[in-house]
Every structure is written in C-alpha cells, then in structure tokens.
Design a binder for this molecule. Structure first.
Ligand code: ZN
Length: 721
C-alpha cells in the first residue's frame, strides 16, 4: 500500500493565529519566574525546527514588515526570542553539525558541505536524548544533510528521502537537491501518527529559502519581486501545518519548540548574493526562538548568543547533565532574566573554509563581541557593530590596538578549543589533511601558521558573482552558456575547484564525455572527496562503455563514503550491464539495508527484480516488481518489467493488464504499445493488435518490427499460425 500522506499546507493563516496567539503580543509582560512557580512541568517532547538560509531580519517578529510569517511570529510571542543569535559557520552541514553537537566546527571537524562526515566518537544531542528514552527522528530537506555525512547518529529514524521517483534531480551536483517543505512536514507528521511516541525529539529541516528561489503559489504572486521572502512565507505556512497538527493531537502544550536558522543570506550585501564566503552578519546572524509558554513567554533577549548554545539549553530545561566537552552554554538563565548584565559575555568564534575548499581562496576566521568584529584575512578587518551594523567601514587602521586585542582573543580562543585531531572526521584521507595543513588550517599544534597563501575573498568577489551566473545557467540546464562562463573564470583563476567540477558536469551534459572526464580528474587530483567526484567519473566512464574503469571509480567513492546508498546502486546497475547478476543483487541488498528512503526502495526493488529475471528466477522477480508497485502504484518501469515476466511465464492476460496500467501512466510509450500489440496478436485479438501497432508507427515511423508485424496481420498471415 502506498502510504497515505496528510494534506497539511494551504491552511488559511487566520486559523493558526487564533489557535496559538490569543492575546499575546510583544508587549506582554513575561511570565512569573519559574523558580516562583512550583507547578511548572518539564517538557515531554522537543521539536527542533531548522530553516536553511534564513535571515533573522526577514521575519515579522524581527521587525520586517514586508512579510507574513504568522507561525514563526507566534512562536516568538509565546516564547523567548534571541535578537542577536549567530551561527559559528555560514555553511549548511557544518552549521547543523554544530547545532547537534554544541561544538564549534573547529572541534567537530566538519568544515564544509559534501566532503566531511561527523565522527562517530562525538556525543550528539540526539544520542543523549535517545539514551534518556526519547524516540528520535529527523526529517531533512536537502541532500547536503543526507545520512552519509554523519548527522544520523542518535536518530532512530533519519529520513533524508528527497524526491519521488521520476522527479528531476541533479545527478552530478546533488548537494542542493531538495525536498519541499510540505513534503518534509508530511513525512514528519506521518512518523508521529504511526509511531505515536510517548516522548520524542523531532528534528525537522526546511531547505526552501536556499537558492534557487521557486516558491509555490500563492507566494510567487504575493512576492513577485522578492522570491526569497516568498520561500520564507511558504515555509512558515508549512510550519503552521506542523504546529496545528501537534496542537490537534494535544501534544503542543508538552513540547518545547526550538526554531533556528543555519545561516543567513548575503542578498547582495558586500557583493555576496548567497552565503559561505564571508563572515558578515548578513550570513552569520540567524533567528533563534524557544517556545514553552510555561517557562517564558513574550521575552526578548538582546545579548549575543550562539547556535551551539541550543543543546545545553535543551538539556538544562530537561534537567539532564551536560557533557563536559560541549562548547556552548545554556541560555536557560535568559528565560528568567533576558539581560544578564552581570554575566561574562563570551566572544563568538566565526569561521569559514568555504572560500578555500571550493574556490582556492583564503579561509576566514573571526571573532564577534557585542560591539566589535575582527576578521582574520589576508587583509584583516575590524568593525564597530554599534555605529556600523552593516560592517561597511573597516576601522583596522584607526584602532590598531583594538584589532590586536581581538586578534589575540581569537588566538587564545583557538588555543583553548580541543584540537580537531582528536575528533578527526572519519575517513579524512592523508591528501586532504595535508592540503588543509598547507592552507594554514590548524590541524596540529605544530602547524599553527596563519593563512599565507592566496587571494582574499574580498578581492575575488566579482569573480564569485560571475560564478553565480554560471551556476544559475547550470541549474537551469543552459549548459553552453554555463561552459562559457566557467571557462572564462578558469582563465583568471585556474585552480578553482568548484568551477572545474561544474565545468566538467556541464560538459558531460553536452555529451563531451572525454573533456568532462579530464575535468573530473583535475578535481579528484585536488581533492578526492570533493562532491563524490569519483562517483561522477564512474558515471562518465560508464557512458563511455568502459565498465571496468567505472567500477574502479565507484569503489573509490564507496571507500570514502561507505554509507552512501546511491553508490551501491550505481555499482549494482553496472553489474547488471555486465550480466553479473549475483553481484548486482548483493549491491541492491546493500542499498536496502542502508536507507529507509522510499524512492530508493521503489527503484531498488525493481532493480533486484531485473537481476532475478535475468537469472530466470521469475517468481522472485515478480515479487520484487510487485514490492515496488506496492510502494508506488505508478512506477512505470515496474509495470513494464512485471508485464514481461508475466509474458515469459505464459500469463498473457496478466501481462496485458500490467502494460495497460503502464499505458495509463505513459500513454505515448512506444515500447509498451509494441508489447501490447504482440500480446494481443498472440491472443489472436487482431483488431486490438492493429490498434497498438498503428499507434507505434504513428509515434515512431521508423519502428521497423512494428511495420513488419502489421503487414503480416494485414495479409492475414499471423506469425503465430
Ligand atoms: Zn544552509
């Protein structure tokens, strides 16, 4: 049976506003201190909502008047809102690793998207909650957070399913393939419905505000010139659905809701359109809200805080002891007293290796206090955030002492953070380590040299904007234009790894396979973990018909990412092509054991069916095809293959039925019409046979076999006489 999904989006805003925000406004006085109220219960459940690429200052509750975000605004009104919250890193995977581990990226070692995995030796928030009896589940909205990157630890269920079968996904550069907010919400609610846990930690990740901006209606009409805002408003509506369902199930009152952004978005500030390159507030400041009205309602704190403070806050509220190695600090005291003037204000450490890892430019590190930000770069920067919140006037020359103090503080902070060597990312290979060392990223105490290499990202930002245009062409499938732009960038910046990669991917799409291969080789030489580059090379070798080389490349990638189901599927398909069916079956079984992803299961059962069919094991093959069809009754390939097996086992009526179902899904499928033509011919149903064969010729006039059969029937010389 296909699982039944809830219909949760497209609920009018006002319903939610009535149910959750009765009479509560920003001016409402705070609740009595919990210490004075003995009857306060600890929350039974935790709901962590992370929204990708969400600028705090694009939400109603943060003072933005040009958007409707009633769900998020209500959470703020009924809880505590941190006006100045910061991510330590403006990159999705490292930022989420920090939110779940309470560690700076410097320590947990996940420094960029796509090439790092969180070490299994690190104790995460879900680990701890799981060990305290919470059912734990995660529903993520993009491939960049998929299981293979290590965040699934501690979750009973980690749902990284992306798209239903058949939906177009970007196979060469899948990092930002996404699942829409309503699908993420449906999956999370389905888990709640089926599991009905007595106590849960549920993490829901929405990716929609990330580029490309393509909100559904009515948001595309409501925000025609501000599609980024449209995506935020759309996501907010899906959060409405999520919270309403919790309320309907009477569990919202027992649930601590935490909402946070993983980083902001440049939107052109400092010439950065997206995020990752710089450490300015445009991309480092995020919204942070906790809602549990019994503890705090209508409170706003303006002290600077960090997203790594989330796990300690949750544990303190739950009265669970904190691991000593965590680097965040509990924000619970703010629930009673929004401004802790007496409290020592720790500086916030900021970092990004994105410029280096993707473009070969200098990485950046920074430190932020309430008043100052210092950025360590080839040309360092100092900003007075109170008089210059846009970080437009570099005061380094005016305040050299202040800059030196902050630089020292940054170095002292780095010295106190545990060396990432102890928590080394798994399978980080020697080349990558050496590369990072040579680039000045401090991996060992004896290599603590500052970045000395290369270009300052500030000086390269024009190139980045040209890159963004090329990337937009690539995503839109305009490969010739993308190739032009990427080649132009490489003339100015010949070692730019992401440009090499996307150029190769574009050339592959244009069927310039040998040139594509050359480009991927260049990438693998620079960094073998970059975006599954070996898997990409394998796919190109496969297209070139060199199965042996393809297999070698896939195996290299599997060695680097042993938990990536897609890689085993690729190897399995390759074995199918080589007629090595038993080996293929082994690979497909591995896929099934590695993922709960329904789309992967649908495809894999059909692939398994094909392998069994080729081995002549028709009963088993049919079981696999039917398994796929139970998961997705509209999966075309399974209907076609099931029909073929029915034909092979002389069940012509059944074969006809399957193919007729296939035709309902794809009425113009030439091969299905041809199969039906032949089947009706065997049944001596000449009229129907003629209909289908004529349809074949209408659709594909050069289909010779169909013409021959048709002529034979028309001469009343059926070949089966
Ligand atoms: Zn992100």
């Amino acid at each position: 049976m296909l699982k039944k999904y809830f219909v949760i989006c497209h609920i009018p805003f006002f319903l939610f506003i009535i149910s959750l925000s009765l009479g509560i406004g920003c001016t409402r006085p705070p609740k009595p201190l919990p210490a004075q109220n003995k009857n306060i219960s600890t929350p039974q459940n935790i709901l962590l909502i992370t929204i990708d690429t969400l600028r705090a200052d694009h939400l109603g509750c943060y003072g933005y008047s040009q958007i409707q975000t009633p769900a998020i605004d209500s959470l703020a009104q009924e809880g505590i809102r941190f006006e100045w919250a910061f991510t330590p890193v403006p990159i999705t995977l490292p930022s989420h690793a920090s939110i779940l581990t309470s560690l700076y990226p410097y320590t947990h070692g996940v420094l960029n998207n796509g090439e790092y995995q969180l070490s299994t030796s690190i104790q995460t928030l879900p680990h701890i909650l799981q060990s305290h009896g919470f059912a734990t589940a995660a529903f993520v909205g993009a491939f960049v957070l998929s299981k293979q990157f290590g965040l699934a630890q501690g979750f009973d269920l980690y749902d990284d399913e992306l798209s239903p079968t058949g939906e177009k996904i970007n196979e060469a550069f899948p990092l930002y393939n996404e699942r829409k907010a309503e699908k993420v919400t449906e999956a999370a609610l389905q888990w709640l419905q089926e599991k009905n846990p007595s106590r849960f930690f549920l993490w829901v990740h929405y990716f929609d505000p990330h580029t490309p901006y393509n909100p559904p209606q009515p948001f595309i009409t409501e925000y025609p010139d501000r599609l980024y805002d449209g995506e935020i408003a759309y996501t907010d509506q899906c959060i409405t659905g999520l919270l309403q369902e919790l309320e309907k199930r009477n569990i919202l009152k027992d649930t601590l809701v935490v909402l946070v952004g993983d980083h902001g978005q440049g939107l052109g500030e400092h010439n950065e359109m997206t995020h990752g390159i710089f450490l300015y507030d445009a991309t480092m400041r995020v919204p942070l809200l906790f809602r549990y009205p019994e503890l705090a309602a209508g409170i706003v704190s303006s002290d600077p805080v960090k997203t790594i403070d989330i796990p300690p806050t949750i544990l303190e509220i739950l009265k669970i002891p904190l691991p000593s190695e965590w680097q965040g600090e509990s924000l619970f005291p703010y629930f009673y007293q929004p401004h802790l003037s007496h409290r020592k204000k720790p500086a916030i450490f900021l970092e990004t290796i994105f410029p280096e890892a993707n473009f070969g430019w200098s990485p950046l590190q920074g430190i932020r206090t309430k008043k100052w930000k210092y950025i360590k770069a080839p040309r360092p920067e100092l900003y007075d955030l109170q008089s210059d919140p846009g970080e437009l006037n570099n005061l380094l020359d005016q305040y050299p002492k202040q800059a030196q103090n902050l630089k020292n503080r940054l170095q002292n902070l780095l010295n106190t953070l545990p060396s990432p060597q102890k928590n080394q990312t798994v399978s980080m290979n020697e080349e990558t380590r050496k590369r990072l060392q040579s680039l000045g990223y401090v991996w060992t105490n004896d290599s603590a040299t500052p970045p000395n290499l290369s270009q300052d990202p500030k000086d390269m930002i024009e190139l980045l904007n040209i890159f963004d245009q090329g990337y937009a062409y690539y995503v839109a499938g305009r490969y010739p234009e993308a190739v032009d732009i990427f080649q132009q960038i490489l003339q100015q910046d010949p070692d730019n790894i992401i440009v090499h990669f996307l150029l190769a991917a574009s050339l592959e799409k244009l069927n310039h396979l040998k040139e594509a291969l050359k480009g991927f080789h260049e990438v693998a030489y620079q960094n073998p973990r970059f975006n599954n580059v070996h898997g990409n090379m394998g796919r190109v070798y496969e297209k070139l018909g060199n199965y042996q080389k393809a297999l070698e490349e896939y195996q290299k990638d599997i060695k680097l990412f042993p938990d990536a189901p897609l890689l085993y599927n690729n190897v399995g398909v390759l074995y199918l092509k080589q007629k090595n069916y038993n080996m293929a079956i082994e690979q497909f079984e591995k896929v099934l054991s590695l993922t709960h992803d329904q789309s992967a299961h649908i495809i894999t059962h059909t692939n398994l069916g094909t392998a069994y069919e080729m081995l002549g094991m028709y009963t088993r093959a049919q079981e696999e095809y039917q398994h796929s069809l139970e998961l997705d009754p509209n999966y075309l390939v399974a209907h076609i293959n099931a029909g073929t097996v029915f034909l092979k086992t002389h069940q012509i009526e059944m074969a006809i039925q399957e193919w007729q179902k296939a035709l309902k899904i794809d009425p113009q499928n030439v091969h299905v019409h041809f199969s039906l033509g032949r089947a009706f011919l065997r049944n001596r149903n000449f009229d129907k046979a003629i209909d289908h064969l004529q349809e074949v010729i209408r659709l594909e006039p050069d289909f010779l076999q169909a013409r021959i059969l048709l002529e034979k029937i028309q001469k009343k010389q059926t070949p089966y006489n």
